[in-house]
Design a binder for this molecule. Structure first.
Ligand code: ZN
Length: 156
């Protein structure tokens, strides 16, 4: 029988803190664009680079042939281990701007859901390749109704 291809997804959640800040903009513009996610506070003129938290939810979808012996595309347990190690281990209960690569080294690279989804894709890709599956998409929810999808279609 010809092998059939399927997509499977694994999800994890983690808690992390961040702020969004464009150093080329003044306080007013940062607050106007980034609002609650800004490192400034509307009601506190002294506040800058102040963090706030999100409960993030991550879903990673991979594609591959359904193996005849297991009936799996990949073992969910193995996917979970990779997500736990590479994402949860790095991001959970961290202040992303100060503690997590590459954000901590580049204040112009905003830890938005879009950029985090892109970074997570790059972190996971080598390990998922080893499991002989192809990454399809990374979805990162910053709030229950706001998410970013990255499909690996851009380089760099
Ligand atoms: Zn935020």
């Amino acid at each position: 029988m010809k092998k059939q291809v399927a997509e499977i997804s694994k999800e994890i959640t983690f808690e992390a803190a961040h702020y969004l800040h464009n150093p080329q903009w003044d306080r007013v513009k940062n607050l106007e664009v980034f609002r609650k996610c800004a490192g400034y506070r509307k009601d506190d003129p002294k506040a800058s680079h102040y963090p706030h938290g999100h409960s993030y939810r991550l879903a990673v979808t991979v594609q591959g042939p359904i193996q005849e012996d297991t009936g799996f595309v990949a073992d969910f347990r193995v996917l979970k281990e990779i997500l736990q190690r590479e994402v949860y281990g790095r991001f959970d209960h961290r202040f992303i701007n100060k503690e997590v690569e590459p954000f901590k080294n580049d204040q112009h690279f905003q830890p938005t859901a879009e950029n985090m989804a892109r970074v997570i894709w790059q972190l996971l890709e080598p390990f998922l390749k080893k499991e002989k599956v192809r990454m399809v998409q990374v979805t990162l929810w910053e709030t229950p109704d706001s998410s970013a999808v990255f499909k690996g279609n851009s380089k760099g």
